[in-house]
Design a protein. Structure first.
Length: 188
């Protein structure tokens, strides 16, 4: 946490940052909403469309690669992910991942291979931790209109989806960091 976030956390305040052009605020640890389980989406309507549009807007404004609805204080099973252009990360060449909206996602590992890697979170700014995740996953979900989706993801793309699905279950990446020394302050 930043010093301001740390001070507010000690005082029991809920911290949020409102974004221009959005109706939702990004919330931060220790906001208790981040620890709650999200509800299944049953209405594929204008409210859902508005939520998704705001999630994408906040993700882009924060320069993130994924966002889950609970990070905006909304306990609905919705995630958005996107890697806009190819990047190099920890020696891995990562191709772009088009904007993907997953409603009610379910994931399962493909195989037994796990890999460790650094993760950060928009709801825990300024920190990152070394987290073990499945290398290959399969997912099922629904699109914005309620139509079924299925797919597979590998490497960093799989890591993003697993991280965001964890948010839907009240789990933060800090819960998956095996050793406290792997939780470090990110370089500014």
């Amino acid at each position: 946490m930043t010093p301001a976030h740390s001070m507010a956390a000690k005082q029991g305040c809920i911290i949020e940052r409102r974004h221009a052009l959005t109706d939702y605020a990004l919330i931060y640890e220790p906001n208790p909403t981040l620890r709650e389980t999200s509800q299944i989406v049953t209405a594929f309507d204008a409210d859902l469309q508005e939520l998704v549009e705001n999630m994408v807007r906040v993700m882009h404004q924060e320069k993130g690669v994924g966002l889950a609805a609970p990070q905006l204080g909304v306990l609905r099973r919705v995630i958005v992910v996107e890697v806009a252009q190819a990047i190099e990360r920890e020696g891995e060449s990562i191709g772009p991942l088009p904007l993907t909206v997953l409603i009610n996602p379910e994931i399962a590992p493909l195989g037994h291979e796990k890999i460790e890697g650094w993760e950060g979170c928009l709801s825990i700014p300024g920190y990152r931790g070394y987290v073990e995740r499945w290398q290959h996953i399969t997912y099922t979900a629904q699109d914005i209109n309620g139509h079924p989706l299925q797919g597979q993801a590998t490497g960093f793309h799989a890591r993003i989806i697993q991280h965001e699905v964890d948010h839907l279950n009240g789990i933060l990446y800090t819960d998956r960091t095996e050793k406290i020394e792997t939780f470090i302050r990110s370089p500014s």
